[in-house]
Design a binder for this molecule. Structure first.
Ligand code: ADP
Ligand code: TRP
Length: 321
């Protein structure tokens, strides 16, 4: 099964991103033919700063490689390194009714948030359709906010196929409903916009401890048993533990011998340990950006072969010389 995921590079990754999006993706590469790219043309629609966009693109590549994207198993590239996608985007535009784009929730949401309404923002779903259709994607794992974009991709592909025969594969979206929403330090959904996130790559253990200490807890006097149910520290720690580890932590809560400070320290240790290997890899890639570039180039070369073949067919059926 050919699976495609697009990554918007948006800065520092937090634990919610890891458990909600990256870990499932990294597990997927063991079972499926995974294609993953950094959608920097999409990011351009909301970017204000060229240097920052470049930096975020490379940072995202480094973070994903460090956390487990394996270039021997997964084709990994940067969107703009496969320019065929822009040609397909233009051709698909002809099969995209204005009404379809006018109904897009994400466009309306972004404009409501004050992002200037321009054509790139408006036609964003057509570029996403091009990403997906260019390589005969069968499955697209997405968050709920992206379902409509995959549905629009199908509509565009159906219109095209009705005219020219079965050129494009119709993709299915896959929403991982069973994945829980990870709470932030205040118990609300962890999000970089809520200032409640715990970042994966904290510079020092001390800073990570400081962040863990900010997790909201009740004020139960030391010596009394603590309730682990509903405790944000427990809920976060549980993400890193197997069943035996969770039972053990529950016992520690109930014993009344330890306070929240102990559990916050334990959580810090769990997080620091979980990402120890990733931190080392990341330090290596930061020192050796040429290695990252090489991996991305290899991915792009592989993709360009697939893209060139598809575009030969598409050009021919629509009549481009
Ligand atoms: P943020 O809310 O920090 O801006 P994004 O919207 O960039 O995060 O999310 C990127 C990916 O991480 C999405 O697939 C999203 O579903 C996942 N994700 C983000 N926050 C959480 C969370 N608190 N719990 C589970 N998954 C999350
Ligand atoms: N729009 C997606 C997001 O914001 C990113 C994306 C771009 C994408 N092209 C894609 C995702 C193709 C899946 C397939 O998350």
């Amino acid at each position: 099964m050919r699976v495609l995921t697009g990554i918007q590079a948006s800065g520092k990754l937090h634990i919610g991103n890891y458990f909600g999006a990256m870990k499932p993706m990294i597990e997927l590469q063991e079972r499926e033919e995974l294609f993953t790219f950094i959608a920097n043309y999409h990011s351009l629609t909301t970017s204000k700063d060229a240097a920052l966009l470049r930096e975020l693109t490379l940072d995202a590549a480094i973070d994903y490689l460090s956390l487990g994207i394996n270039p021997d198993k997964t084709t990994f590239w940067v969107q703009s390194d496969v320019p065929e996608v822009l040609e397909l985007y233009w051709i698909l535009s002809k099969f995209t009714p204005m009404g379809l784009l006018e109904r897009a929730h994400s466009y309306k949401d972004k404009v409501a948030k004050g992002i200037p309404a321009n054509h790139a923002l408006f036609s964003y779903p057509v570029l996403m359709a091009a990403d997906i259709l260019l390589m005969d994607t069968e499955k697209v794992p997405v968050g709920k906010d992206q379902i409509q974009h995959v549905e629009m991709t199908r509509d565009i592909a159906i219109k095209f196929n009705n005219e020219y025969g079965e050129i494009f594969t119709l993709p299915e979206y896959q929403v991982e409903d069973h994945i829980a929403t990870i709470p932030g330090i205040d118990g609300q959904k962890m999000s970089k916009s809520y200032n409640n996130a715990i970042d994966i790559f904290m510079e020092t253990e001390k800073k990570l401890q400081k962040r863990c200490n900010q997790i909201l807890t009740t004020s139960t006097p030391l010596g009394e048993p603590l309730e682990y149910n509903g405790c944000h520290v427990y809920n976060l720690a549980a993400l890193f533990l197997d069943d035996a580890g969770k039972s053990d932590l529950q016992r520690r809560y109930q014993s009344g011998e330890e306070g929240y400070g102990h559990f916050k320290k334990y959580l810090k240790e769990l997080i620091w340990e979980e990402f120890a290997e990733a931190r080392e890899k990341r330090a290596y890639y930061i020192e050796h950006p040429e290695v990252v570039r090489e991996i991305l180039n290899e991915g792009a070369n592989k993709m360009r072969k697939i893209a060139a073949e598809k575009m030969r067919t598409v050009r021919e059926v629509v009549g481009i010389l």
